[in-house]
Design a protein around this ligand. Sequence first.
Ligand code: ATP
Length: 236
Amino acid sequence: MSAMLELEGVTSGYDGIPIIRDVTFEIGEGQILAVVGRNGAGKTTLARTIIGLLQPSRGKILLRGEDVTRSDARERALAGIGYVPQGRGIFGRLTVDENLLLGTAVGKRAASERALVDVYKLFPILEQRRLQKGGTLSGGEQQMLAIGRVLIGAPSLLVLDEPSDGIQPSIVEQISNLVVQLNQDHGLTTLLVEQNIDMVVSCAHRCFVMDKGSIVTEVSPKGLEDPEFARQYLAV
Ligand code: ATP
């Protein structure tokens, strides 16, 4: 399997203070890889470094073998990295349609009615709410909108930062099913940064554990259900 994304000794943080240190791993093309860890472990910092919002102070990031370490977030989006931030980042005063069309401005695919149709096929509930303002959607619908907005840009790598955050369990299950469906039907490679064990178990192929800014171990997603493991690595 060829690598979609490779991190080699990546150190990154804020204002010169390292938060993640010497992080090395790769995601194979077509894999769903989860990174779990307790609050403050550095998961969001890792995601922001991968998508180019933070520049690493050391190490390399390769996308399909190409060095993107010095590319900014816009260049990485054009190269195929799609990012759904924690908290979703949708525009509350814009309609569902308008939010989705914004996705075509940053991704690889040009704006088109066709692109919207594809997203509405995945999320019929959003189609029913096309003209509704993003801020009036439920938490789960907002998460679907945020994911739809990224998919519209036709990413090769989808980076999801805690998609389960603030969403009721039945909707988390729907989002998990969607991640699996996108992977099975379109081979979409996904990096899932999560604390929700059920979500990781139901969709990830592999799982890394992050603690204090480092990847400390790999565990099978099922292995997360071991209470001793959860106590050691995930309890706050
Ligand atoms: P959570 O699950 O709570 O979102 P996380 O694993 O995603 O946690 P990060 O958000 O990456 O963790 O935070 C890791 C560390 O980086 C924390 O100690 C946090 O205070 C610090 N940090 C995060 N954002 C900034 C920032 N903008 N400036 C300075 N430090 C920050």
